[in-house]
Design a protein around this ligand. Structure first.
Ligand code: TYM
Length: 326
């Protein structure tokens, strides 16, 4: 059995990009692997958070994991800060990473743009992510395309330490889906769909009402050609809608292009509204049942115990390699 590990930040507005790029894979991968899914609250505080809201968002994401189909009998679900090994390993990895490689991370460059000085946590964010992954001897990391560079850095750090201190870490691989690995924003299809974009119509959140979903899709930015074909460079809007459609319905892009041959954008959008609402309605129903339940708290407590047991073993091994402690 392979070890699978991934995480999502508890920052609200979990959207269909997060679902199609990552969460959907979580559900598939729990079947034949030893899967661990984390709510990465320590990553969330790299930018300012309202403490009360953060607590709520942790439970929101945990409930969404279960609502989309992550099964606590098959996978461990837990909160990052409940396992001290993450912060502990983070420091050891920080001492084995370089300012040069961290300066090249595109996410840091974007988030620190225009600032004379940025929070250190934003800069070292990818090292904490490497700690998350390496702490569990992870083989596979299911994520969206935007995390590719972070996974590469994780591999580099693991290999560097293995070379210097002897076999210490499993070197992980990222796993990306075909359709949905990079869902683009609906109002500007040249940038990725994001939780933090100001315009709520730029994204479809998993908990959006049907009327909101309809509005966001119907007003999404397309082009004036009027022909439905997949061409990311020249038709980013239509290509994005086709990718989302394909990821939700399971039909290939080619099948969809053939199906909508000669039809207008309005028809494609209307059908996509239906496909999206049909996919999200059961998730929303299950979410409502779980979100305020004792079951959710019990799952997270049990998950933290199980994650801690694995993390403690790794930390013992790592400390031995580095000559830390007695
Ligand atoms: P986060 O919380 O920003 O996003 C969670 C997951 O959703 C994917 N994603 C997308 N996929 C497709 N299209 C999009 N528009 C889109 N936007 C986001 C992300 O790639 C991610 O898989 N650094 C991570 C969290 C993290 C993590 C980890 C992941 C911390 N430690 C260890 C894996 C392993 C992040 O900020 O994801």
């Amino acid at each position: 059995m392979k070890r699978v590990f991934s995480g999502v930040q508890p920052t609200g507005n979990i959207h269909i990009g997060n679902y199609l790029g990552a969460l959907k894979q979580f559900v598939q991968l729990q079947e034949e692997n030893d899967a661990i899914y984390c709510i990465v609250d320590e990553h969330a505080i790299t930018v300012p958070q309202d403490p009360k809201l953060l607590r709520q968002h942790i439970l929101d994401v945990a409930a969404l994991y279960m609502a989309v189909g992550v099964d606590p009998k098959k996978a461990i679900i837990f909160v990052q800060s409940d396992v001290p090994g993450h912060a502990e390993l983070n420091w050891i990895l920080t001492c084995n990473s370089y300012t040069g490689e961290l300066s090249r991370m595109t996410q840091f460059k974007q988030k620190s743009k225009g600032r004379e000085s940025a929070p250190t946590g934003l800069f070292t964010y990818p090292v904490l992510m490497a700690a998350d992954i390496l702490l569990y001897d992870t083989d596979i990391v299911p994520v969206g395309n935007d995390q590719k560079q972070h996974i590469e850095l994780t591999r580099d750090i693991a290999l560097r330490i293995n070379n210097k201190y002897g076999e210490t870490f499993v070197v992980p691989e990222g796993q990306f889906v075909k359709s949905g690995a990079r869902v683009m924003s609906l109002d500007d299809p040249t940038s990725k769909m994001s939780k933090s974009a100001e315009n709520p119509h730029s994204r479809i959140s998993l908990l959006d009402e049907p009327s909101k979903i309809k509005k966001s899709i119907m007003k999404s930015t397309t082009d004036s050609e009027g022909v439905i074909r997949f061409d990311v460079e020249n038709k980013p809007g239509i290509s994005n809608l086709l990718s989302i459609y394909s990821a939700f319905s399971g039909e290939t892009i080619e099948e969809l292009v053939a199906k909508y041959d000669g039809q207008g954008y309005g028809t494609l959008k209307k059908d996509l509204v239906e496909v999206t609402i049909n996919a999200l309605t059961p998730v929303q129903e299950r979410y409502k049942e779980i979100r305020n339940s004792q079951e959710l708290i019990d799952v997270l407590k049990d998950g933290a115990d199980r994650a801690n047991a694995i993390a403690e073993k790794t930390m013992k091994r790592v400390k031995d390699r580095f000559g830390l402690g007695l």
